[in-house]
Design a binder for this molecule. Structure first.
Ligand code: ADP
Ligand code: MG
Length: 471
């Protein structure tokens, strides 16, 4: 059965991903429609759930059927070879293909939202869930120049929620630089110090979904009232409010109410308020009321500290040369850094080898090779859609919204700079636009790169994906 699953999975993911994440899995048993697989570590399990839950679900569907369940068994191995590894089971993926992983906050709550959008009607009689993830603490959030301001402001807010001038506190920064971690840490710390306060973490996506459901169910009032009870409101990724006028309006009202009653508001965004397109001015100006702090890419020393901390938390020791090598080699963002460490730990526990320079190099090589994509139109477009989180159809279509136009212009710019395609062929990939549109796009991006550092940074990053330095 597991071999059949593997066949299906192999078709869905890259060879390297397959080797790293699926070869180490040991099938244990199949009973009561439940397949139990053994994975080498907690990290490994989390990684699978984060990244491959859809793939796994598909494999289970096609082999066991829709009612099939998956259960993980984790080998807890702290490097002490004398003690036999412990095994324990984690909650299985449920039937909607959702999983009940406590570390994922997005999916599970959304299921509740659909069946009962406002489970909090009677506030006094119900436990209020904060949707905070315990592992995101300040203690685990390594300080560096890249995040000093945000971290300090976050601590200040956590010590005196609603009472500092940092209200709202807006944390912004690129993907994988620790926004979610930091704002969650603030929430956790507040809960720690003030257990009676109602802290609520919500992603903008979830907030929007709840709002849409409320419209559908004619229960806007309940929705708004619920949010007005919150003492500390943490909203992640507010850039997703862009273009959603009605949601913005309601959010604006909630924001004002909470702010006026001295409640703390914490926001995160992937870009600075001034770069948030499709957002109402009055809302933007609110975002700037308090403190805005950005998270930047960690420098070398911080990267070392982060790696050290992650390994230490998992009870693993490595030599400084390995540390140094890793910190030198991965500079993009913390999530990627973590990904490599996790792969490394997986490899080490799989092969029962120490993590040494050789293993680090070979692991990294396979990962880097996988990422260093071939320069093709498809890969460039794909890089753009991932980076900007925009649909391929929108990107190559006619949509004139700013959130789509900018990525599209960057895409044209990259195609012009990185391929030998004639302008006309470039236009062809975007619904047959003519060459003057492409020229215009290339010009505006070139200009923007000179005047706006963040644009330059974006393009540089995208070029980096193909291992090409922007000069
Ligand atoms: P974002 O929300 O900005 O995309 P996340 O908060 O999800 O990024 O961070 C990505 C990963 O990197 C998380 O696992 C987080 O714990 C880790 N991370 C980010 N910054 C730090 C840091 N300064 N110290 C330790 N871990 C960090
Ligand atoms: Mg995040």
């Amino acid at each position: 059965l597991w071999n059949k699953c593997l066949e299906i999975i192999r078709g869905d993911i890259s060879e390297q991903q397959f080797t790293t994440w699926f070869s180490p899995i040991v099938p244990l048993r199949f009973a009561n429609n439940t397949l139990t697989i053994q994975v080498p570590s907690q990290f490994f399990y989390e990684w699978l759930e984060e990244n491959f839950v859809g793939t796994l679900r598909k494999a289970i569907d096609q082999t066991v059927g829709k009612r099939g369940m998956l259960e993980y068994s984790i080998v807890v191995d702290r490097g002490d070879r004398k003690n036999p590894p412990l095994t324990f089971n984690l909650p299985p993926i449920n039937q909607q293909g959702q999983h009940t992983n406590p570390y994922r906050n997005e999916v599970a709550p959304q299921v509740q939202v659909q069946s009962n959008p406002f489970q909090f009607k009677d506030l006094d009689s119900l436990e209020l869930d904060s949707y905070l993830i315990p592992k995101y603490t300040f203690e685990k959030f390594i300080e560096g120049d890249c995040n000093r301001l945000g971290r300090a402001a976050g601590m200040a807010v956590a010590n005196k929620p609603g009472l500092t001038s940092f209200n709202p506190l807006m944390i912004y920064g690129g993907v994988g630089l620790g926004k979610t971690h930091l704002i969650q840490a603030i929430g956790n710390e507040i809960k720690n110090q003030f257990p009676d306060k109602f802290v609520l973490y919500v992603s903008t996506e979830k907030f929007t979904n709840q709002f849409v459901n409320a419209i559908r169910n004619n229960s806007i009032e309940t929705f708004t009232n619920f949010y007005l009870q919150v003492d500390v409101l943490i909203i992640d990724d507010v850039q997703f409010l862009s273009g959603k006028e009605k949601t913005q309006e309601t959010f604006f009202n909630i924001f004002n109410h909470l702010h006026q009653s001295g409640k703390q508001i914490i926001l995160s965004s992937d870009r600075a308020p001034r770069d948030l397109a499709g957002m109402e001015d009055r809302l933007l100006s609110r975002f700037k009321w308090g403190l805005t702090a950005d998270l930047q890419q960690p420098d070398f020393e911080t990267r070392i500290a982060i790696i050290q901390k992650k390994l230490q938390d998992d009870g693993i020791q490595i030599n400084f040369d390995v540390l140094e090598y890793l910190a030198h080699s991965i500079q993009t963002n913390v999530r990627e850094l973590e990904g490599v460490i996790i792969s490394l730990m997986a490899q080490a526990s799989l092969t029962r080898k120490e993590i040494d320079l050789e293993l680090a190099k070979s692991t990294l090589k396979s990962i880097v090779n996988d990422q260093e994509k071939e320069l093709s139109v498809d890969n460039i477009l794909e890089a753009i859609t991932t980076h900007f989180d925009v649909d391929m159809e929108l990107l190559t279509g006619k949509c004139r919204k700013k959130e789509t136009v900018f990525p599209r212009q960057v895409a044209m710019y990259m195609l012009k700079e990185l391929t030998n395609l004639p302008l006309k062929s470039i236009g062809y990939h975007f619904g047959g636009r003519d060459h003057s549109t492409v020229i215009h796009a290339v010009q505006s991006i070139s200009e923007a790169m000179e005047t706006d550092k963040s644009v330059e940074k974006t393009v540089r990053k995208l070029f980096n994906r193909f291992n090409i330095a922007l000069n």
